[in-house]
Ligand binder design. Sequence first.
Ligand code: PXP
Length: 239
Amino acid sequence: MPTKLSVNINKIATLRNSRGGDNPSVLQAAIDCQLFGADGITVHPRPDERHIRYSDVREIKPIITTEFNIEGNPLEDKFVALVLETLPAQVTLVPDDPGQLTSNHGWDTIKKKDYLRDIIAVFKKAGIRVSIFVDPVEAMVAGAADTGTDRVELYTEAYAKNFHSDKQAAIADYIKAAKVAAEKGLGLNAGHDLDLHNLKYFAQNIPGLLEVSIGHALISDALYYGLENAVQMYKGKLG
Ligand code: PXP
């Protein structure tokens, strides 16, 4: 099975919010990304709603024909309530601070084991698949297996950063982390800073990679290639 592409549409909301109004429409972008071949739509509402708004999430849910993935920090009660209300296919739990520019680290699955186990149980009881964001560290992936999560999402910023200087070295920790995930029976997702240059090598070398979620680079590429071409080009990198 080729790795699924979930398109993160937060950047569409950033552009929209810069002018007020509804141009470009995030709802239309979600509809179109699916038409153009995306296997899923990802949104990451932040507590201050500086890009995707909570109302966007509610509006988008009914038009989803693929898989809806909502990312966020469950420390925010209103995030938990939104996920339980909208019932996406997957929730990805991320330990980001409220004002953080973008996610910049994974969970400490050992220190936060009890907390994660409790909150993951809440989502799983509602029938939502759970993924947790982790650094490519074997102990963190092994720790994730004790939290009851279905999947882990490997944080790929370090891979992307080092890809051009030494791709084999850049991916080494991810291969080890993926092996632990497979041994522990965890599904594997990945995301952050994946782009048209580094995606194919990652997908080809990480066995069992189920899904990537990509926002910044894909939406930036859409400025040059158009959204339909950009989605297709990323899909093409996944086999
Ligand atoms: N995964 C997580 C947990 C994220 O926070 C983000 C960025 O919102 C992404 C994936 C997508 O990263 P990028 O926008 O760099 O493709």
